[in-house]
Design a protein around this ligand. Structure first.
Ligand SMILES: [Zn+2]
Length: 554
């Protein structure tokens, strides 16, 4: 975010001081790993290649549109060599309510395995080092085969054959993986993409190697995070069967749909009908994190070739599938979700590789942020909230320095409101820690502060909400404020007080989402300030739906 932006529509953005973009490098690595390659005559495997090239890297593996090892179906043809679908196909349940599940899983071990697992659903190959996640992934792919065997005919009205092959790739594996427009696929290539689907041959390959992105995800967040990546890739196999990959769709369209399909399957797993693959709240959270971990680099236009979308966009598609189901995902091609701008608006914005500076004056982060929040809630919206009093941000280094009998929750996370003296106390050590962390950065602090301003707005408006609904309304209100500082192609949203000069930059929304996950209830069933899924949905509601969406809640 920047604190000195040109005013009015069409204003020059040469003075944007952007928020921290420490996630840029991490994002680049992640995108390179997010293969999602699809290849047919008209759809070449350009996804990761072009992003890497545009970021200054040398283009890696670029498959050529030629048949592979001969064992695959004809190019672009619907595969015909797939095995029969499993005889037992569980029915597709309604999406579970993430607020109703509150198990606390042990993320280090995979759940038990169902009896209906197809032991050949994944080609593990010889020499494979055993992984704790292997059986879980086998069950997941087995269920993806089974689920789509029913869902695909229901949605697309056509016969379905499961994906022809899913390969685990690892350095010890002999060089026997089929190529995607080349004679074979090397482990190094898989390691660059993490996972990809290839339309020529109708197969998926994922990185099973130690230390790869998926191994890292599994170690940090459990096997569900990897299963969701495979569900995403399976979504590309669905698109191949639906003929979508030959229609020249922008990559972002097919990626949003694949994320949505992954979310729909995650809802199924969360509902408990998939034996051996039962997602908990923590697993759903892991899925959200997977979306954030594998998103476009900052400043990439979603509609550029290979665009997957920001973490904010990807999380949104995943949530859409989770709550609305796979049939809704099928509609995304013609009725897409709104995407947020992800472009730097000036060279200075692009090259200022730092934060809005930490500090309390002028263009420093904690200088312009309170000013803009007061101008939005207290000046722009004074007719709507006449009882809103401007707030003052006061930094303290410990709770001992806070003299307030009615302090709101949240001080431990970074900020809390004291209504009796119209003060937001900033827990400076906690906030500074977030500000300095990679993948969090300055808008993490911006989000936390905006939430406290939102709490004051609810007080001024006489909101009677309490506990989780109140906290989620604050997330929504914070999002509504974000919408007022989100640049469009023609400038900043209008009308607004001309003293307002703040604007967010690419990556800020991802930081807000990460922070929402960080401070969320451990379990969606805790109902204190909301689970990760709920908080993100509320925040997105404010960003995309605006203030009216939030006011409808109280
Ligand atoms: Zn993809």
């Amino acid at each position: 975010m920047g604190g000195r932006v040109g005013r009015g529509r069409g204003a020059a953005y040469s003075h944007i001081v952007k928020f921290a973009r420490a996630v840029a490098l991490a994002g680049l690595v992640a995108v390179a790993a997010a293969g999602c390659t699809t290849t047919s005559e008209s759809v070449t495997a350009v996804r990761a290649d072009e992003l890497r090239a545009s970021a200054g890297g040398s283009p890696p593996f670029v498959p050529q549109p030629v048949p592979d090892d001969g064992a695959s179906p004809d190019e672009g043809a619907t595969p015909t060599t797939s095995p029969d679908p499993p005889a037992t196909v569980p029915t597709d349940p309604a999406a579970p309510d993430p607020a109703t599940t509150d198990e606390q899983p042990d993320l280090t071990t995979a759940p038990s395995v169902p009896a209906i697992v197809d032991p050949e659903a994944i080609d593990f190959g010889p020499n494979k080092p055993a992984r704790a996640r292997d059986d879980f992934l086998l069950a997941a792919v087995s269920d993806l085969d089974a689920w789509w065997s029913q869902a695909f005919p229901d949605i697309y009205g056509a016969a379905f054959a499961p994906i022809a092959a899913v390969y685990a790739a690892y350095p010890e594996r002999p060089d026997d993986l089929p190529g995607c427009g080349a004679p074979r696929t090397t482990y190094r290539e898989v390691n660059e993409f993490a996972a990809f689907y290839c339309g020529v041959g109708d197969f998926m390959i994922y990185d099973d190697g130690e230390g790869g992105l998926l191994d890292d995800l599994a170690t940090r967040f459990g096997p569900a995070s990897v299963a969701i990546v495979l569900a995403h890739e399976y979504g590309h196999a669905i698109q191949q069967r639906a003929g979508l990959l030959d229609q020249g769709l922008a990559t972002i369209v097919s990626e949003q749909q694949a994320d949505c399909f992954a979310g729909a399957w995650a809802a199924r797993a969360t509902s408990g009908v998939v034996t051996g693959v039962t997602f908990t709240d923590q697993d759903v959270k892991a899925g959200l994190i997977s979306m954030l971990e594998v998103s476009d680099p900052l400043g990439i236009d979603q509609y550029s070739p290979g665009g997957h979308g920001s973490g904010f966009d990807r999380v949104g598609a995943f949530q859409e599938g989770f709550t609305a189901g796979a049939a809704r995902c099928a509609q995304l091609v013609d009725d897409p979700l709104e995407l947020v701008p992800n472009l730097f608006l000036s060279e200075e914005d692009l090259y200022s590789d730092g934060n809005a500076p930490w500090g309390y004056d002028g263009d420093a982060l904690l200088g312009f942020l309170p000013v803009d929040l007061n101008l939005y809630w207290g000046t722009d919206l004074t007719d709507l909230f006449p009882d809103f009093d401007e707030l003052t941000l006061v930094p303290v280094v410990s709770a001992d320095q806070v003299a307030c009998s009615s302090l709101s929750d949240g001080f431990e996370d970074g900020a809390a409101l004291c209504p009796e003296n119209d003060t937001v106390y900033l827990n400076e050590p906690a906030a500074l820690d977030l500000y300095q962390q990679h993948a969090f950065g300055d808008f993490s602090v911006g989000y936390l502060i905006a939430v406290e301003w939102a709490e004051a707005v609810q007080l001024a408006a006489g909101s009677t909400l309490s506990a989780e609904p109140r906290a989620l309304a604050n997330d929504c209100l914070a999002g509504a404020w974000v919408a007022s500082v989100m640049p469009t192609e023609t400038g900043l949203p209008q009308p607004r007080d001309e003293a307002r000069t703040s604007a967010i930059s690419p990556g800020d929304l991802d930081e807000a989402v990460r922070t929402a996950i960080l401070v969320s209830d451990e379990s969606a069933g805790d109902d204190v300030i909301g689970g990760a899924f709920e908080k993100i949905a509320a925040f997105r509601g404010g960003v995309l739906g605006g203030l009216d969406t939030c006011l409808a809640q109280f």
